[in-house]
Write a protein that binds this ligand. Structure first.
Ligand code: UDP
Ligand code: MG
Length: 329
């Protein structure tokens, strides 16, 4: 029997875990009816044909998440808890899970029930048809601010045009990955991870299934404007060095214009002389050049920072304990 493991990163999710685990337990006993695209009649797929395991990664929660996870693990031996020593962020928490997870396939999902459990049977169906990466595509993005929605649209457009990979819009971490894909992702050890891009980078056969993103059940989202902005910068600098090239090109163009203007000023001064005027022009030129220089320096700094973080070669996460039913290591 094939094993499917569910990987759930958790950061302050005390209000959601009971509901989530109940839904997951129901799922594993289900004979689900699905309507996959291209099939004329509904298909029944039995979740009982698979061996299920659950891995929760406690990413430095400051609430009762760990206590609740322990309670659940004591009731069900299919659960493993990876307890990280502090909050390392969702990307690293997922990596910790991927490093330790067993199973022929892994389903990654959020703990807040925004990723509907009902979509899983269709993912399993496409996996059984030979797809290695079955990703969920959001139809409704839940209750999000207009600013956040537009920002993420701008970000994906920018990333697509700048980066050398093709990220899929409205696709996140909710997906089923074959063991091959998990092994490939584990082999990429960069510390500032942008996993959404890495799924595309590793390749393999992909299939999308649609799902409606629900509201967060309890607690609040850990991603505020600045965390998302950081993730966006990570995404761009992780997959492309084009910003550096753009800085060089902009530098070239500005130098050329500045040189032309200089010649013009010299010629003008020789022919007509120069009573001291032109203060506004001077200020504009200084400010423009200063701004461009700072911008280019910032771009270089971003890449330098990444190199700094990589050469330190620190582990991306530290495990405090691994907890299973009645045993602890
Ligand atoms: N998460 C995590 N570590 C963090 C932040 C979030 O493991 O530092 C988990 C969180 O518990 C949830 C998932 O990542 O299971 C998605 O987080 P959230 O719902 O806050 O993000 P959003 O849905 O707003 O993108
Ligand atoms: Mg969420």
């Amino acid at each position: 029997m094939k094993t499917i493991s569910i990987l759930i990163p958790c950061h302050n999710e005390e209000n959601n875990l009971h509901y989530l685990f109940e839904a997951l337990c129901d799922l594993t006993l289900k004979e689900a009816e699905i309507h996959p695209e291209g099939a004329d009649t509904p298909i029944i797929i039995s979740m009982k044909d698979y061996n299920w395991k659950f891995m929760f990664v406690n990413d430095g929660s400051s609430d009762d998440t760990l206590t609740i996870l322990r309670e659940l693990a004591n009731k069900d031996e299919r659960i493993t808890i990876i307890n990280l020593s502090r909050n390392f962020g969702k990307e690293n928490a997922m990596l910790a899970g991927m490093d330790l997870i067993e199973g022929n396939a892994v389903i990654i999902m959020d703990a807040d029930l925004q990723h509907p459990v009902e979509t899983i049977p269709e993912m399993v169906y496409w996996w059984s048809k030979g797809y290695d990466d079955v990703y969920g595509r959001r139809l409704v993005r839940g209750k999000e601010s207009v600013l956040r929605r537009n920002m993420s649209m701008v970000f994906y457009k920018t990333l697509d045009s700048i980066a050398d990979i093709n990220t899929l819009p409205n696709v996140g971490d909710f997906r089923l990955l074959d063991r091959k894909v998990i092994d490939a992702l584990r082999s990429l050890r960069e510390t500032q991870r942008y996993t959404k891009g890495l799924y595309c980078w590793v390749g393999f056969s992909k299939k999308g299934v649609e799902f409606c993103q629900a509201e967060r059940t309890g607690g609040k989202s850990s991603f505020n404007f600045f965390r998302l902005l950081n993730l966006a910068i990570d995404g761009i600098t992780d997959f492309s060095t084009k910003p550096l090239r753009m800085a060089s090109i902009a530098g070239g163009i500005v130098s050329f214009l500045a040189f032309t203007y200089m010649i013009f000023i010299i010629v003008k001064t020789i022919i007509w002389g120069e009573p001291v005027t032109g203060f506004p022009t001077l200020i504009c030129v200084i400010l423009l050049l200063g701004g461009l220089q700072l911008l280019a320096l910032g771009v270089i700094g971003e890449y330098l920072g990444r190199i700094f973080n990589e050469v330190k070669n620190r582990p991306p996460y530290i495990i405090e304990s691994i907890i299973k039913k009645e045993t602890e290591s």
